[in-house]
Design a protein around this ligand. Structure first.
Ligand SMILES: C[S@@+](CC[C@H](N)C(=O)[O-])C[C@H]1O[C@@H](n2cnc3c(N)ncnc32)[C@H](O)[C@@H]1O
Length: 550
């Protein structure tokens, strides 16, 4: 399974995903309340104001979310679970009008209260809201769950584990050995009797624990036997639904990436550990800054993240890279850079584009005269050449098609006898295909790469520089494309005339700025290279470098 981060409305993306393929879904959708992040990032997907988006009130919000939760239900495996993060504005509506309906009241597993703040700003006027709600449902009664434990606090350990036999086994607490309900085991053990419910274990187990020195014998035989529970053996304290020990991301937290509404990694760690196992697929359909993706990866789960905001994809991509995760995920965006596709290894490109076209790629590389794959029982030819495809290539491909098993049948039915995929076809190639069709009824279908995937050129950018009145430098990134963010490195190690520029050496001090103008002061003279990395509205990026000084 390939990890993915995908650009798009999660509803549309999820519709294309296979049913029952996901173990765990965490979603942190735009709250019915949240106005902030919709304007902070201000890219194409987020530009609508709160009033526009939810002008139909709570009903509109609930319908919008319901459509998406319905898809999530379809995607979950029968053993899977969903955690829906929301707040007081809509949590009751979401539970009753969406989750109970789609997942069933009987599959409600928990109402998690996450204490996200201590701020009591409005506490003098009313009760301050310090918590968010996370609804936890499973798809069926047979759901996967790993109990979660919190580390014991020192105070708790001291108060609870207060006995010590000084035999090197350390501190222990004493647990009850009598059954909580009638129906336990009734026997006398070394003169000690149980209560009316009986002991909770059979005689042999009691003997074994006794041999292991795990039974506590009170002085008086009128008291009950107890079991010793050692601190060194405990996994911690079992966690319930009151999650008050996870701090929200603070201004100074190391994990803060500046994505509005970013959730803490510890919150996702708890959810992912509880409701998935290594190798499972975790989905976050409102990925934001990629918190779920990073934690899923850290815990050896696979991940799929979806967000309609280009900025979210960009932030997540950079966040994963900053955490040393480079190659094990794919970014699915609407547009592919034509330059990158043309530069791909030809065989790799053939395999990839045939797959995107819905065909089956040839496993073996065959050179120019074979086919690169099959679709509808006819051959596919792929060429990623710089030059346009000419008449000769069409004639060569015709021979391949002619040798095909289904050639006659397809010709007689007026169906394609082969598909030719390329970036561009010369006029002669188009004429040759038309001739085959008109004279012999042979249809070779011409397919442009841009008809299979969205292809665009990378944005072209340059830096203009001028001096300000107070002796600083003003840099202006200039591009004809619609740029959604600019990142700047004022100490880039490679001069402008040395190509190619290396993204790996780009170490920006300004990240994802919305404004393409920056004023900078250099403390020392000498040569300076200033680099800008831009991302356009098709999520394609490019760099420019400006060098000056001596
Ligand atoms: C509350 S934020 C998620 C924050 C995230 N949990 C984190 O820790 O960074 C909600 C995200 O949902 C995205 N979003 C809103 N509507 C969407 C849609 N229809 N499909 C996919 N993503 C959407 C927004 O762009 C935003 O990034």
């Amino acid at each position: 399974m390939q990890n993915k981060i995908i650009l798009g409305d999660c509803l549309e993306v999820m519709k294309k995903m296979p049913a029952e393929s996901i173990a765990l879904i965490y979603l942190d959708p735009p709250f019915f309340s949240n106005r902030n992040y919709e304007i902070i990032w201000g890219d194409a997907g987020e530009i609508r104001s709160f009033e526009d988006r939810w002008s139909g009130g709570i009903d509109q919000y609930i319908n919008w979310l319901y459509d998406r939760v319905k898809e999530m239900h379809r995607l979950l495996k029968p053993t899977g679970s969903i955690y829906l993060h929301c707040d007081w504005h809509a949590d009751a509506y979401i539970r009753v009008m969406i989750l109970d309906k789609e997942f069933g009241y009987e599959n409600f597993r928990g109402h998690i209260i996450w204490k996200r703040t201590n701020a009591h700003n409005d506490a003098k006027k009313k009760l301050a809201v310090l918590t968010d709600t996370i609804w936890y449902y499973s798809k069926s009664n047979n759901f996967s769950f790993n109990p979660i434990y919190s580390e014991l606090t020192e105070k708790y350990s001291c108060n609870f584990y207060k006995y010590d036999d000084m035999d090197g086994k350390g501190k222990y607490s004493l647990g009850d050995l009598t059954n909580t309900r009638p129906g336990g085991y009734n026997y006398e053990y070394k003169g000690y009797l149980p209560n009316a419910n009986g002991w909770r274990c059979p005689f042999e187990t009691m003997q074994k624990w006794d041999a292991d020195n795990k039974i506590y014998f009170p002085k008086s035989q009128h008291q009950r036997l107890r079991i010793k529970r050692y601190l060194s053996e405990t996994k911690g304290q079992l966690i319930g639904n009151d999650w008050i020990d996870i701090q929200n991301v603070q201004g100074t937290s190391i994990e803060k990436i500046g994505y509005p509404t970013q959730k803490p990694l510890a919150l996702l760690e708890r959810i992912i550990k509880a409701s998935s196992n290594e190798g499972d697929v975790v989905l976050d359909p409102f990925m934001g800054g990629g918190t779920t993706m990073l934690m899923a990866n850290n815990l050896q789960r696979n991940f799929i993240g979806i967000d309609q905001s280009i900025a979210a994809l960009d932030v997540t991509d950079k966040r994963l890279q900053a955490n040393g995760i480079f190659t094990n995920y794919e970014i699915e965006k609407h547009y592919f850079a034509e330059e990158d596709l043309r530069a791909m290894d030809p065989f790799e490109f053939e395999t990839w584009i045939v797959g995107k076209f819905g065909g089956t790629p040839n496993e073996k590389q065959r050179g120019d005269h074979g086919s690169d794959g099959m679709k509808d029982d006819v051959p596919i030819q792929v060429k990623s050449w710089k030059n346009k495809i000419g008449r000769v290539e069409i004639q060569k491909f015709f021979s391949v098609c002619h040798a095909g098993r289904k050639f006659k049948e397809k010709q007689e039915n007026g169906l394609p006898v082969g598909y030719f995929i390329a970036f561009d076809f010369a006029k002669e190639a188009v004429q040759e295909m038309a001739r085959l069709k008109n004279e012999d009824g042979i249809l070779i279908e011409r397919v442009l790469v841009s008809e299979i995937v969205d292809v665009a050129k990378r944005p072209v950018v340059r830096i203009d520089c001028s001096k300000t009145l107070d002796g600083k430098y003003e840099f202006r990134a200039v591009s004809d494309s619609v740029i959604i963010n600019y990142s700047w490195d004022f100490n880039y190690p490679i001069p402008a005339h040395k190509f190619p520029q290396e993204v790996g050496k780009f170490n920006p001090s300004v990240l994802y700025d919305k404004n393409g103008v920056r004023v900078h002061n250099f403390a020392e003279g000498g040569v300076h290279n200033v680099a800008v990395r831009v991302v356009d509205d098709k999520y394609l990026e490019n760099m420019a470098v400006y060098s000056f000084g001596e």
